[in-house]
Design a protein around this ligand. Structure first.
Ligand SMILES: [Zn+2]
Length: 326
């Protein structure tokens, strides 16, 4: 579920190193080198959490340098890859490559550039293949007003979509999170429906951009990590919704809340209660809709917990119960 294609090892990373082979690169064209092995300037290493990715997935990246690093940036097919420094290590940066749910399968160039503290330029390149995600199709009967909304409702939904897009386009340059990411409901270990193609009353709808977590109305909803509230209001489709900015283009969304317990501008601590589970908006029963956007790419939030989360928590070992979908 979290890693439907099994690309990430359960307990530890499978590292695939792109080691600098300066001598070999002299014999090959840069394109061929990047395609086959990835390439870096001498003294720098690029490692990917898996050799390829799939639609709606996150790939963890690490750049290591022989010298202390001052800055690192990444670009993957025109999208920024956020990098950050963890702990006291001056020679490493971690990054997250996010593949949107609907990104066309294929091979895309990853380019990482940066500078050491002493002013030397570094760079790495690799090709990252995206495979088609395996998503289910679900058929639902919902209220007619949601399938055939009135002109006013269409206008409202369009405005709200644009508002969310504007939020996700803004990248807070500093990392606001600090520590491990968690699932927002206590005692819930997994969720469902990510990427599911929905057929509403016989008409194909847009893919489901988050996971649905089981929970009864009134269950406290916790912020997955530290961040700033950038939206806290009722939306046509998602009902009462809170969006948290974690910095570096990483946003989490919490939908269908019965109650919102946060306001725009609030600085939330990791795990702070931001609302309660409910059934507002387009739903057939109470649950939490949890979404993750990284640099505008819609990805499975459970992967954030798997890659940057606490896998040893008691909650993570519990089995989730059945719940109703939206
Ligand atoms: Zn949902």
């Amino acid at each position: 579920m979290i890693s439907p294609d099994g690309m990430v090892a359960r307990n530890r990373w499978m590292w695939f190193s792109f080691v600098c082979l300066a001598a070999a690169s002299a014999l090959l064209s840069p394109g061929a080198m990047a395609k086959d092995r990835g390439s870096c300037t001498p003294g720098t290493t690029l490692r990917l959490g898996a050799p390829e990715s799939s639609q709606g997935s996150l790939l963890l990246i690490e750049v290591k340098s022989a010298k202390p690093l001052a800055e690192v940036q990444g670009d993957w097919d025109g999208r920024t890859v956020p990098f950050w420094r963890e702990s006291a290590s001056e020679t490493r940066r971690k990054g997250l490559l996010a593949v949107d749910l609907e990104k066309a399968p294929g091979e895309y160039d990853l380019k990482v550039t940066g500078q050491t503290a002493s002013g030397e330029k570094i760079s790495c390149s690799a090709r990252v293949r995206v495979r088609k995600g395996r998503f289910a199709t679900e058929k639902l009967q919902v209220g007619k007003q949601f399938v055939e909304p009135s002109p006013e409702q269409i206008k409202r939904a369009d405005e709200e979509r644009q508002k969310l897009r504007d939020i996700f386009d803004r990248v807070t340059p500093e990392r606001l999170w600090d520590g491990k990411f968690r699932i927002p409901l206590e005692g819930v270990a997994t969720g469902s429906n990510f990427g599911r193609r929905r057929i509403l009353n016989g008409n194909p709808g847009s893919p489901h951009g988050g996971v649905d977590l089981p929970g009864a109305t009134g269950t406290p909803v916790h912020a997955t990590q530290r961040g700033r509230v950038v939206l806290a209001e009722e939306l046509f489709f998602a009902g009462n919704t809170v969006v948290v900015d974690h910095g570096l283009g990483i946003y989490t969304l919490y939908g269908h809340l019965s109650e919102i317990d946060a306001k725009v501008g609030d600085e939330l601590a990791a795990g702070a209660v931001l609302g309660k589970v409910g059934a507002t908006g387009r739903v057939t029963g109470p649950h939490l809709h949890w979404g993750l956007t990284v640099e505008r790419a819609r990805v499975n939030p459970l992967q954030l917990v798997r890659l940057l989360g606490n896998s040893s928590g008691a909650a993570a070992r519990q089995k989730s119960s059945k719940h109703r979908t939206n």
